[in-house]
Design a protein around this ligand. Structure first.
Ligand SMILES: NC(=O)c1ccc[n+]([C@@H]2O[C@H](COP(=O)([O-])OP(=O)(O)OC[C@H]3O[C@@H](n4cnc5c(N)ncnc54)[C@H](O)[C@@H]3O)[C@@H](O)[C@H]2O)c1
Length: 285
């Protein structure tokens, strides 16, 4: 039986909006929350225009687009999540913000509701440390862009129940993703493997071995990677990527192989965060 019918998504940024688009495209009702109306409205318009582009490219029909638009709801009122069977949190990579959201969700949602986090690197066990029913809290880690990337990591915290994991695995398959169950370790699988991809590229650039453009071109043309490390940081958001690196480094008790590069921090300080600010390592004006 399909127990998950309505999904709530907290945060309407890069990932939140992508996850909501994925849900409505797969025929699920989705309600998207953000802290202010302007942000959530912008995300809604963005999703609608992406759906329209899919119709232009003949990837979906007009009827499918109209249904997806009808299934999409945006709000600044978290109590609208009360009838969701699954809530996915996609707010910035900060433990206090995530914990506070989970505490609020516990007040609003039924005890049966699965509370998932899209965190890239924080501990699921720690995020769920302040909730009353950590058995229904798990990681549900999508990749960017969420409507396109097939993989989703289903992360089991120390107190996550096997039933919660099984429900997320089944649901991931219903939305045409490939779920991989993994343990609650720093960076899970993909973000741990990916750290040197970004860090070494920053070191190579800073040592003036090769330019940003050259490194990306070499990785794409010779390495056959879809994107180079700098283009990918711009897509992810340099601030989000830096936060993930810091978190993985700290979680491994400062292991030097995960040490962040100061240049990435300089980029964050400059406010050039990548595509979302129309400029990062490359320009998107
Ligand atoms: N960007 C990526 O490629 C990527 C990939 C996988 C996972 N993630 C993870 O997904 C999460 C979100 O990342 P993102 O890239 O979408 O970030 P983002 O900065 O694009 O969006 C975050 C959104 O959260 C909102 N927000 C801030 N505080 C909030 C609060 N208290 N309540 C509700 N909303 C709030 C912001 O207004 C913003 O719209 C992070 O945990 C990140 O590590 C990111």
């Amino acid at each position: 039986m399909d127990l998950i019918k309505k999904i709530g998504v907290v945060g309407s940024g890069t990932m939140g909006a992508g996850i909501v688009q994925l849900m409505v495209q797969n025929g699920y009702a989705a309600v998207m929350f953000d802290i202010d109306q302007v942000t959530v409205d912008k995300a809604k318009v963005g999703i609608e225009s992406k759906l329209e582009r899919l119709v232009e490219k003949k990837k979906i029909s007009t009827a499918e687009m109209n249904l997806a638009k009808e299934l999409l709801e945006s709000t600044t009122d978290l109590t609208r999540f009360k009838d969701c069977q699954l809530v996915i949190e996609a707010v910035p990579e900060k433990l206090e913000i995530k914990r506070s959201i989970f505490q609020q969700l516990e007040e609003i949602c039924s005890v049966e509701t699965i509370l998932a986090t899209n965190t890239s690197s924080l501990s699921i066990t720690e995020i769920s440390g302040t909730v009353q029913h950590p058995n229904r809290v798990a990681g549900f880690h999508f990749f960017n862009p969420a409507p396109v990337m097939p993989l989703v990591e289903v992360v089991q915290g120390l107190k996550t129940s096997p039933e919660t994991i099984e429900s997320l695995v089944q649901f991931a398959m219903k939305i045409n993703k490939n779920p991989v169950v993994c343990k609650d370790t720093p960076g899970f699988i993909v973000n741990r493997v990916a750290r040197p991809f970004y860090n070494e590229a920053l070191r190579i650039m800073n040592d003036q071995v090769a330019s940003v453009d050259q490194i990306d071109r070499i990785m794409k043309k010779a390495g056959n990677f879809k994107m180079g490390p700098f283009e990918l940081q711009d897509l992810i958001g340099i601030d989000i990527n830096f936060a993930t690196t810091k978190s993985v480094h700290a979680s491994f008790y400062g292991e030097s192989r995960f040490r962040p590069h100061y240049y990435q921090e300089r980029m964050v300080q400059s406010g050039n965060l990548g595509r979302k600010t129309k400029g990062g390592f490359f320009s998107y004006e």
